[in-house]
Design a protein around this ligand. Sequence first.
Ligand code: BEZ
Length: 391
Amino acid sequence: MHTSVQWDVIIIGAGPIGLSTAWNYARDHRDQKVLVLDQHPLLTQLAGTSGEERHWRLQYSELEIFRLTLEADKLWRQLEHQADRKLIHRVGSLWFGDADVWTNEGQIRQTMTSMNDMNLPYERLTMAEIERRYGFTGLDSNYEGFLQRDGGVIDVKSTLTTLYSLASEAGVTFQFQQGVNTIEPDASGVTVLTSQQRYRARKVLVASGPGSKKLLQQLDIELALSTFEMACISMLRSQRLETNDPFWFAFQAPVESDTNLFYGFPPNPWSINGLDRLGTDFEVDPITEENAPSYQANPHHVERALEFARRHMPFLEPDRQHSASSCLAVLPSNPSRQFYLDSARGRCHGGENLVVSAGGWAFKFTPLMGQICADLLDEREPRWDISALRF
Ligand code: BEZ
């Protein structure tokens, strides 16, 4: 069926970047028609990372990205002010491990150098200090790390509902359970096809998580992205019931079976369930046509996480009760890249009418990337230098 409405902008994906873009664009163009399409209902977490919280950090190894987090920080504060709601809980960001190992999340030593360059305060910690202060045990005594106190955790549900309300108030239309099968850009706009409808817009943003790659492949735009299904395990604490322990990330050399990277969210400050969440950042067994997501945690990865908890986190009770879930992470295959965000100008016929935001642990950039996408949809040079994001 064809809808006769001519939309100014269609946003594919009601995730954080899609919602933020919808709000930013509609707020600045009250006279224009903005539509958001998503294959799922709001807040399902089926197309991306799951869980109630995400890591908020300012520090990055790469200075170009680091600069963008400082800008994102200002925009988060504005958003919190506007919504009269706390969205980031600054309980700190604790990184520890092998300071020289390079991972897709960066490297501890280089990140400390970058924090020095950017004058961002942090507390350098030995492993003995980390064990004494945060209760970890049995980690390599050569490990080291730091606490960056402005980091912490982002409240996912509050952020998404805030952006949804702001976008709705700014006049954005939402249609859920409309999975987009095809996009057809041309010189005057873009046709968007779902199983039920045919839509037409002047400009389109593709921000649909794991689905973006397939949509773009139809246009011969090949982004070097891999999707991984990662396990996350919730478990109870037996001791150390302080509520404001920091988010932590353990940088370790890879092992034969996986990338050996673990991270954890202590019980978050706004929730009463008291559970720790321990995640595996294992970039193994990418999702392919043959290897579809199971939406269940890989039992071997669950066992690896439980083993990490048994050996290094005596304040948890992994063997009393735990529950495991999985989430999809869409990550650039090139470790020196973090994200892809750009106009598709010159990449396909009508590419100037298409904007793409795909890949990376982008939740922390929600307000910033929303503004950047809105600028690109407006064919304006973004307000910030996005050369590290362009493809
Ligand atoms: C991040 O801060 O980007 C991150 C946190 C947890 C797992 C992977 C990445």
